[in-house]
Design a protein around this ligand. Structure first.
Ligand code: SF4
Length: 304
């Protein structure tokens, strides 16, 4: 457990008066904050900046965190939000973020004379390889994930044929086709939901092989958040409003702790009317910098 992971704060010690009150507890998840893939991508952009590489672009915001993205923009990084913007940009270095991109997008970057700095997380790269190998075996690819998520769009873009994309059990229709299917998952998908979808696919007539590609960092973060949420009076989940892994984390926490706050920064806690309770859990999505987690810890401590 890290040094900030668990601390007992005695109300009496804070107030200096009431020695009868119960100790209060703040538990911060060890897995809160940047995962390996995000850390790697953000460090790559800073390294390129320091080496004087210009023009320097990221294809989409490098992570779902406005503070980090704003700091990079101030330092000279430009975000290209679409293929159109890529087409019009002066040749430079384009960083592919940890979610990855489609094969067509990567090829277009190279055709346009950009130097490509690929920060696709190796766990996502592995999925690109798995779906290609599956198609070589003649199987139909199924991606379990959010069809609008850039990672899922990227995986889809490495398939030769159109994959089935399933976000929910209710998307599954009974299969009558005589073919083999191969399923992978978005790396940040909810494990329980993935297992239910796979079970329903099997029941619905799909001859399917499955590789659970939910990344360990996500699984550990979700399991730890679930365990903490089940034992505290209030749970705080920190992350960008666009961050899919944070939203899933929040779903898991809400299922285990009715008083769950989904916030972007410590300021939101005040706006949401956070009130002191006996025990508070804190977790954060993969794009949340340590600095923001520490600010939330300080805010909570100041309220206990
Ligand atoms: S959540 Fe996992 S797969 Fe996604 S970027 Fe982080 S380490 Fe890579």
């Amino acid at each position: 457990m890290n040094d900030a992971a668990a601390e007992n704060i005695t109300a009496a010690a804070l107030s200096g008066t009431d020695t009868e009150r119960e100790p209060m507890q703040v538990i911060t998840a060890e897995t809160a904050g940047f995962c390996f893939g995000v850390e790697r991508a953000v460090s790559l952009v800073w390294d390129l900046l320091k080496s004087g590489r210009q023009p320097l672009y990221t294809y989409g915001p490098i992570i779902h965190n406005e503070t980090v993205v704003g700091e990079l923009e101030e330092a000279g990084v430009r975000i290209l939000n679409s293929l159109d913007e890529l087409e019009q940009a002066e040749p430079g270095t384009v960083v592919i973020r940890s979610h990855g991109v489609t094969r067509a997008e990567q090829e277009r970057m190279e055709q346009l004379g950009h130097s490509v700095a690929d920060a696709t997380c190796p766990f996502v790269k592995k999925i690109h390889r798995l779906v290609q190998e599956s198609e070589e075996r003649g199987e139909q690819v199924i991606i379990v994930g959010d069809p609008a998520h850039p990672e899922v769009q990227g995986i889809r873009g490495w398939c030769r044929d159109e994959p089935l994309i399933i976000a929910d059990e209710t998307d599954i229709i009974t299969n009558t086709a005589e073919k083999r299917y191969f399923a992978v998952s978005q790396t940040t998908f909810n494990l329980q939901k993935f297992e239910k979808i796979v079970a329903k696919l099997k029941k619905s007539g799909y001859d399917i092989s499955v590789v659970n590609t939910i990344c360990n960092a996500t699984q550990r973060r979700q399991s730890e958040a679930e365990a903490i949420a089940a034992k505290v009076d209030a749970m705080i989940v920190i992350g960008g409003s666009q961050s899919s892994n944070t939203r899933k984390l929040c779903e898991i926490c809400r299922a285990n702790c009715a008083k769950t706050y989904y916030i972007q920064s410590a300021n939101d806690l005040g706006n949401l009317g956070f009130t002191p309770v006996r025990s508070v859990g804190i977790t954060a999505g993969a794009s949340t910098p340590k600095k923001i987690i520490e600010e939330v810890q300080s805010y909570v401590r100041s309220k206990l």
